[in-house]
Design a protein around this ligand. Structure first.
Ligand code: HEM
Length: 469
């Protein structure tokens, strides 16, 4: 009663036949045009409410944050991770304790501080070496950025980095990429809609296999840590967790299974998101030379006479005024729309939104895309144009609708880390190299490939050395 309106619901199947299961974003947009910023939608027998537009999303996630901070517990992902970890933990004591612990541990390990810049810069050195090998040639940046992002988070989690051809990182990046590709793909949707298919040997079984491989890899590292760690002297996230576990005792929520899935959650959340943002950045920068050159001129000006590797650059440049490169990073994140449907939420109690009744447990699909290109919020909603983040005086501004990390109690907890990585990698690489669209390549195709995270179609870029002016 008083549930948001929505399309006609088929028995058993719900509305899934009305979605392109390969990429439902256009269908969600079409339904929004018919039913407005809040409408219902059935995944099989499960009711979901899709919320769109800045006003509705902020009302739900910020003003009524606690009412909408749950996570659904009856999806493929919940069966795959055995209801452990942080990302899919339901709103409550366990989630609160672990979110607080992760945030504090990341801070203690240097996130947001100069020591973290050092880790990122060391990884950038490896990216530079890889690019230097390809000077004058066309190369695909895909694996390089995935490995680099994976390595940065690996160093925080496990105190280790890996050569780009190492078996561990290759397997890990492969499993993670497959997981994020499949976890909200067509087979997952079928699994979520029809419980009768759960035990059938259908392709969603591969999600369990990839997850098992990734957990096995994390487990090896945790076992190594147990042998080499000195209690009270944490080297990384795993050591910190084991210390916390000792402190709280075996009865606490700090179990070993929770550690494995939590570490994998962080690895997964910190790899594809950042690397896909970098892929989008270089797709636009290499195909729109005017924007690339403007960034380079500003970076050269800001860093004139300074060493190539500058610890402290993050704060120095982040406070620099008139930053078209800041505008560029924000515009990449806006257009890249990396996590288009965010992570699904759930209502934690019977509540109300924009005049509609939302029963406890209802799945909430947050359509972030609808905000990042919302008419009326942006000067150029449908075009890549950094002017979206500059005012009349050419100064940087951040419109309220910029929310690629979502908002409210469940907002991304890796935002500071992600922003440091994006900023330092882009600034350092743009200073040292020029990126070109290869002459023999087809016109750039900016259409994204759908998954939990959006990514680019495979592309090559040509790399040239440049001398900072
Ligand atoms: C450009 C990079 C990134 C983007 C665009 C991004 C975006 C998001 C979004 C949209 C959510 C869902 C928020 C919600 O449910 O309302 C999320 C959650 C999350 N992100 Fe990120 N993220 C990025 C990088 C990272 C990194 C580097 C980490 C690792 C430290 C991370 C860790 C997490 C975690 C643990 C959650 C779940 C939080 C919770 O459920 O309480 N993210 N992220």
């Amino acid at each position: 009663k008083n549930f948001p309106p929505g399309p006609f619901v088929l028995p058993l199947l719900g509305n899934i036949l009305q979605l392109s299961l390969d990429n439902p974003l256009k269908d969600f947009e079409r339904l929004r045009k018919t039913y407005g910023n809040i409408y219902s939608f059935y995944i099989g027998l499960k009711p979901a409410v899709v919320i769109s537009g800045m006003k509705t999303i902020k009302e739900a996630l910020v003003n009524k944050g606690a009412d909408f901070a749950g996570r659904p517990q009856d999806l493929l992902i919940n069966d795959v991770n055995d209801r452990k970890g942080l990302i899919m933990a339901d709103y409550g004591a366990l989630w609160r304790e672990h979110r607080r612990f992760v945030l504090m541990t990341l801070r203690n390990l240097g996130v947001g501080k100069t020591s973290m810049e050092g880790i990122i810069h060391r990884e950038i050195e490896y990216i530079i070496k890889t690019l230097e090998k390809g000077i004058g040639k066309s190369m695909s940046p895909q694996l390089m950025f995935h490995n680099a992002a994976s390595n940065i988070i690996c160093q925080l989690l496990f105190g280790k980095r890996y050569e780009y051809k190492d078996e561990f990182i290759t397997k890990m990046v492969h499993s993670i990429t497959k997981l994020t590709e499949m976890i909200n793909g067509p087979w997952a949707m079928l699994y979520d809609s029809l419980p009768v298919v759960h035990n059938l040997p259908l392709p969603f079984r591969n999600v369990f296999t990839h997850f098992k491989t990734a957990i096995g890899l994390v487990n090896t590292l945790v076992t190594e840590h147990k042998k080499s760690r000195i209690p009270g002297e944490p080297r990384d996230f795993v050591d910190s967790y084991l210390d916390e576990q000792n402190k709280r005792g075996v009865e606490s929520s700090f179990s070993e299974e929770q550690l494995l899935v939590e570490a994998l959650d962080l690895h997964l959340a910190g790899t594809d998101t950042t690397s896909n943002t970098l892929l989008i950045a270089f797709l636009y920068l290499s195909s729109i030379p005017q924007i690339q050159e403007r960034c380079q001129r500003e970076i050269d000006r800001a860093l004139e006479g300074k060493n190539r590797v500058i610890v402290g650059i993050y704060t120095c440049l982040a406070t620099f005024r008139s930053l078209s490169r800041q505008a560029v990073i924000h515009e990449v994140q806006r257009v890249g729309n990396i996590v288009p449907l965010s992570v699904f939420h759930a209502a934690t109690k019977d509540t109300e939104l924009m005049g509609y009744t939302i029963p406890k447990g209802t799945m909430i699909i947050e359509n972030l895309s609808s905000v990042l290109n919302e008419e009326g919020q942006w000067k150029f909603p449908d075009k890549f144009n950094p002017e979206n983040f500059l005012n009349e005086q050419g100064e940087f501004i951040k419109p309220e609708a910029f929310m690629p990390f979502s908002a409210g109690p469940r907002a991304c907890l890796g935002e500071v880390l992600a922003r440091m990585e994006l900023f330092l990698i882009l600034v350092t690489l743009l200073r040292k190299f020029r990126f070109e669209w290869p002459e023999d390549a087809e016109e750039p195709d900016y259409t994204p490939v759908y998954g939990v995270t959006l990514t680019t179609r495979p592309y090559n870029m040509k790399v040239q050395l440049r001398v900072p002016q």
